[in-house]
Design a protein around this ligand. Structure first.
Ligand SMILES: [Zn+2]
Ligand SMILES: [Zn+2]
Length: 272
């Protein structure tokens, strides 16, 4: 009966995997084949202990486990973790959600975010952390129809081993950030410096806050969120994302894919 249903379904709604174009045989809420999902692996390379960027041998030899960017300019978050590298199938999944509004993909990405968050939990001690998604400006949100960070965060908290509070609306983006192309690192920081505000300080006071987003590129946005949250009284701030665009790989990827947001980010990094 199930096989019959499957065949009827695939005849009525023939579709291919949106990542590899293989015909899909099973009824699934997401238009991606199980092989493509299974091929997405967590990061294995050595990473910066602070921001999670990939470390190269010279940096490893320096011994403190930090990348050059973190040594030059310490981020406001104490630590950032990501599930996987922003490339291949993971990049494809993020794009399906964000730019093609395939909302059920948020459940898959949420599972990955949950494993990144789980890495941070042992450091929380007895104090339960608060999860805060990076907000979109209301103009961007109504244009897209949803905030992908919030959808992924909702899916992630359902998969965590313990109940953790998700706080949407605590952090707001009070203006749409302008293009950062051609700005130096300092100018980029200044550009986002008043972009966020905490609407309800009592919710974050004395808390460990985990700021979550879909992708971390240079980390400027997450760092600014962390600064504002600490100013509002958060005891410490960590960051967790589904994907990390490693800075050495980012230039190549942005050039290949013509991804507007990343080209901006990379242009900024390169000129910093
Ligand atoms: Zn596939
Ligand atoms: Zn770093």
């Amino acid at each position: 009966m199930q096989a019959l249903l499957r065949n009827v379904f695939s005849v009525l709604f023939p579709s291919d995997c949106r990542l590899c174009d293989t015909p899909l045989n099973n009824i699934s809420r997401i238009p991606v084949c199980p092989e493509c999902i299974a091929a997405i692996a967590p990061v294995r390379e050595p990473q910066c202990v602070v921001c999670g960027d990939r470390l190269f041998s010279a940096q490893l030899l320096m011994g403190d486990g930090q990348c050059q960017n973190c040594r030059d300019c310490e981020p406001e978050f104490a630590r950032a973790v990501s599930f996987g590298e922003y490339e291949g199938g993971l990049r494809g999944l993020v794009h399906l959600l964000k730019y093609q509004s395939v909302l059920p993909v948020a459940a898959v990405l949420g599972g990955m975010l949950a494993s990144a968050i789980a890495e941070l939990l042992p450091g929380c001690g007895d104090a339960p952390p608060l999860i805060v998604p990076v907000p979109l400006h209301k103009s961007k949100r109504s244009e897209r129809g949803f905030n992908q960070a919030e959808l992924i965060a909702r899916a992630a908290v359902k998969r965590l081993p313990q109940p953790i509070e998700l706080a949407t609306g605590v952090l707001v983006r009070r203006r749409a950030t302008i293009s950062q192309v051609g700005l130096s690192r300092e100018e980029r920081i200044a550009n986002v410096s008043d972009a966020f505000r905490v609407r309800d300080r009592r919710r974050v006071q004395g808390r460990t806050v985990i700021v979550v987003d879909d992708v971390m590129t240079t980390g400027t946005t997450l760092s600014e969120c962390a600064r504002v949250l600490k100013q509002a009284g958060a005891e410490r701030v960590w960051a967790a994302t589904v994907a990390r665009a490693f800075q050495a790989a980012a230039t190549r990827q942005a050039a290949n894919h013509g991804d507007e947001e990343e080209i901006e980010a990379v242009a900024v990094t390169a000129s910093a």
